[in-house]
Ligand binder design. Structure first.
Ligand code: SAM
Ligand code: SF4
Length: 342
C-alpha cells in the first residue's frame, strides 16, 4: 500500500482546546442561573443574596451557540449547574437543543434535587445522560442545618423517581463539614452498598464569603476511607485512568460506589480538563479564577463565531496551573459558588 494522505484515509485534523501546561479541555460546565431555593452554609450566606436580573442571563439560544463553538474546539461533555439549574424554566428545552449539537456526547446535571420529581422524566427524554444530586445528610435535622431548608423529603422523592428512570450513573454529592455531618460517613457508606448510587464525598472548599471555612472543618479523604474500612466494609479501589477528580471505590459486597473529590487534601489540578461559563456569560478557566472572559459581551455585540472561538482558545491557553487552597498566596474569588456555578 502506498503512502496515504490524511485526506485519503478520511482522517480529520482533531481540533482541541489546550492550555499552556498541556492539559486538553473537553469538559464545559455551564451555569444556567445564580438563583437557588436552598441556602447551603458552605455555598452562600443565609440572607442578602442579590440575584442577577433575568436579562443578564444567557438565553438558551446564546448558550447553545456557545456550546456549538466549544464543540467545534473539541469539547464533548457538558454539565449544567447553577445556582439551582432546575429553577431555570423549561431546562429540558435547553438540554434538547444541546443534545443536537454535533460532537456533544454527554450532558450531565448537578442539582439540589428539590424539583427533580416533577422534572426528571422531561429531562431524561430531552437527552440528559447523567445526574448528580447534592444531599449532605440523611437525617432531616442535620440536612436542614446544612442547607438551611427543611427539604430532605423532596430530595429523597426526587431520587426515588430517577432511580426508576434509564439514567445512570446517579451520583450523590456530599460535602462533609467536621462537627456537622461527618458523623454520617458510615450511613452514607451503607447507602452506597445497598443502592445503585455513587456517593461522592466532596471536601469543603473556601469559596465566596461567609462560609466559616477553616482547614479543621475539612474532612480529608484518607480519614473517610479509614473510617469506612474500620466498620468492616472493605473498599475495593476501581482502576481508573480518566481525568475525573474522584477516586472511586466499590465494596466487595455492595451495589453502588464511593468516590472522593479531594480538592483540598489532594488537588487534581494537574489533570483538570474543564472550564466554566457563569450564568451571566463569563468564561472562567478555574473554579478559583480571579479573572473572567466576557463571552456574553461578544455574543450580544454581534461578534462572529470565528472571533469568539479565537477568544476562547486564547483564554483557555492561559488556564491557571492550579489553585492554592490552604497555601500561601491563596486568594478567594469574590463570587460565591452559586454565582460561579459549582
Ligand atoms: N444547586 C446545585 C447543587 O447544589 O447540586 C448545583 C450548584 S452547587 C454550587 C454544585 C455543587 O457544589 C454541589 O454539589 C455543592 O455541594 C458543591 N459546593 C458548593 N459549595 C461548596 C464548597 N464550599 N465546597 C465544596 N463543595 C461545594
Ligand atoms: Fe443552592 Fe447548590 Fe449552593 Fe446549595 S450548593 S445553596 S443548593 S447552589
Amino acid at each position: 500500500m502506498g503512502n496515504l494522505s490524511k485526506h485519503d484515509m478520511n482522517i480529520q485534523p482533531q481540533p482541541f482546546l489546550s492550555d499552556s501546561f498541556g492539559r486538553i479541555v473537553n469538559n464545559l460546565r455551564i451555569s444556567v442561573t445564580d438563583r437557588c431555593n436552598f441556602r447551603c452554609r458552605y455555598c452562600m450566606p443565609e440572607d442578602g443574596m442579590i440575584w442577577l436580573d433575568k436579562g443578564e442571563l444567557l438565553t438558551f439560544e446564546e448558550i447553545t451557540r456557545l456550546v456549538r463553538i466549544f464543540a467545534e474546539l473539541g469539547v464533548t461533555k457538558i454539565r449544567l449547574t447553577g445556582g439551582e439549574p432546575l429553577m431555570r424554566k423549561k431546562l429540558h428545552v435547553l438540554i434538547a437543543q444541546i443534545a443536537h449539537v454535533p460532537g456533544i456526547n454527554d450532558i450531565a446535571l448537578t442539582t439540589n434535587g428539590f424539583f427533580l420529581a416533577d422534572q426528571a422524566v422531561d429531562l431524561v427524554n430531552a437527552g440528559l445522560k447523567r445526574i448528580n444530586v447534592s444531599m449532605d445528610s440523611l437525617d432531616p435535622a442535620t440536612f436542614s442545618s446544612m442547607v438551611r431548608r427543611d427539604y430532605l423529603h423532596k430530595v429523597r422523592e426526587g431520587l426515588d423517581v430517577i432511580e426508576k428512570l434509564p439514567i445512570r450513573p446517579i451520583k450523590i454529592n456530599v460535602v462533609l463539614i467536621r462537627g456537622i455531618n461527618d458523623g454520617e460517613i458510615e450511613t452514607f457508606a451503607h447507602l452506597a452498598r445497598t443502592k445503585p448510587f455513587i456517593i461522592r464525598f466532596i471536601e469543603f472548599m473556601p469559596i465566596g464569603a461567609d462560609d466559616g471555612w477553616t482547614i479543621e472543618k475539612v474532612v480529608p479523604t484518607r480519614e473517610i476511607i479509614d473510617r469506612i474500612n474500620v466498620v468492616g466494609h472493605s473498599l475495593v479501589p476501581i482502576e481508573y485512568h480518566g481525568t475525573q477528580p474522584a477516586d472511586r471505590y466499590r465494596f466487595d459486597d455492595g451495589i453502588g460506589e464511593i468516590g472522593f473529590i479531594s480538592s483540598v487534601s489532594e488537588p487534581f489540578c494537574s489533570s483538570c480538563n474543564r472550564v466554566r461559563i457563569t450564568s451571566d456569560g463569563k468564561l472562567r478557566t478555574c473554579l478559583f479564577s480571579l479573572h473572567e472572559t466576557d463571552l456574553k459581551a461578544l455574543v450580544r455585540g454581534g461578534v462572529g463565531d470565528e472571533e469568539i472561538s479565537d477568544v476562547i482558545v486564547n483564554a483557555v491557553w492561559k488556564k491557571e496551573e492550579g489553585h492554592l487552597i490552604n497555601r500561601p498566596g491563596f486568594v478567594r474569588p469574590e463570587r460565591t459558588m452559586s454565582q460561579i456555578g459549582g
